[in-house]
Design a protein. Structure first.
Ligand code: G4P
Length: 290
């Protein structure tokens, strides 16, 4: 993980994005912040609350198909307590997205009523879509904009490169102007992002990553591992490479000489976790849950 810790994205990259986002915020009515429902803390930019400030916001807990349903509900409750509306969505299939329009209209009801009172009921609702890489921003925009998605031209006076999409029902989406980085410098965040595949494997040792994932899963989800790999004995007391080797052995992954092929096992475990094959797993709990 030391490689991850050494990546210093701040301040250069974020300063630019922050400035662009603050300029673009003036053009929108609300912000849709997309997060990964499996890692609701690590998949957020640490400055996002400051950047968005008082702009109305909806959080889309994406990839909820791969997250634990109860924990997603608890997260939604947690955000509600913080006066933020969050909804679970699956942008791969589009599940939950029908709620987006009504939720945003509710959020902006006063503003929309004011438009109507001024005879501007046809005015479109403009939403800026934000999120760190890989949370599913493109999937969301593509889903919402559909096949005939119309990309609106750069508008005069607007930060160059701003991408607008008309999505019907009187809504327009603005893609994040710039790249919103996660909190890479935090070791735990780096690990979770690597587990979910949001960080490229090339910069981290695959076996070490798989071992860390298994150790993490073994704390709350060991049953998922024993079931998936049909392990005969409990694994709660196993640690580190023992976990990887037990799985490799159970899957018959050997190299010449009967040694367990830990590299191939690592790749398989990581792929299966990322594909949701180990089960619906949420790695981060809302702060009040112990
Ligand atoms: P980004 O623009 O924020 O960077 O994310 P993008 O939409 O490219 O999505 C990143 C990956 O997450 C994609 O997988 C995408 O299919 C997947 N994804 C997005 N939303 C969901 C969801 O709700 N559920 C699930 N299970 N997956 C989701 P990929 O492996 O990069 O590509 P592919 O699988 O689509 O080929």
């Amino acid at each position: 993980m030391s490689e991850l810790q050494n990546i210093q994205w701040y301040p250069g990259h974020m300063t630019k994005t922050r400035r662009k986002m603050q300029e673009s915020l003036k053009l929108v009515d609300a912000v849709a912040e997309i997060i990964d429902a499996r890692i609701p803390i690590s998949s957020r930019n640490p400055d996002i609350d400051n950047i968005i400030a008082n702009k109305p916001r909806i959080i889309l807990m994406n990839k909820c198909d791969m997250a634990n349903e109860n924990k997603t509900a608890k997260w939604i409750e947690y955000f509600k307590e913080k006066k933020i509306t969050a909804i679970p969505v699956d942008c791969k299939t589009g599940k939950g997205l029908n709620l987006f329009f009504t939720t945003v209209r509710n959020l902006l009801s006063e503003k929309i009523e004011a438009w109507q009172a001024k005879g501007m009921s046809g005015k479109s609702v403009k939403i800026m879509v934000v999120g760190i890489p890989n949370v599913g921003k493109s999937s969301f925009i593509n889903r919402m904009a559909g096949k005939e998605r119309a990309k609106v031209e750069d508008r005069p006076g607007v930060t160059r490169g701003n991408q607008w999409f008309t999505i019907g029902r009187g809504f327009e989406l603005l893609d994040t102007p710039g790249v919103l980085w996660p909190k890479f410098e935090d070791k735990q965040v780096g690990e979770y992002l690597a587990f979910t595949g949001a960080v490229k494997d090339q910069i981290i040792d695959t076996e070490l990553l798989a071992v860390r994932l298994l150790e993490t899963l073994n704390m709350n989800y060991s049953r998922f591992i024993t079931e998936r790999y049909k392990l005969k004995n409990p694994i709660e007391n196993l640690q580190g490479y023992e976990l990887l080797e037990t799985i490799g052995k159970a899957r018959g992954m050997f190299i010449k000489g009967g040694e367990i092929d830990t590299e191939r096992t690592s790749i398989m475990v990581l792929d299966e976790f990322r594909d949701g094959k180990l089960g619906r797993i949420t790695l981060e709990n809302p702060p009040q849950i112990t």
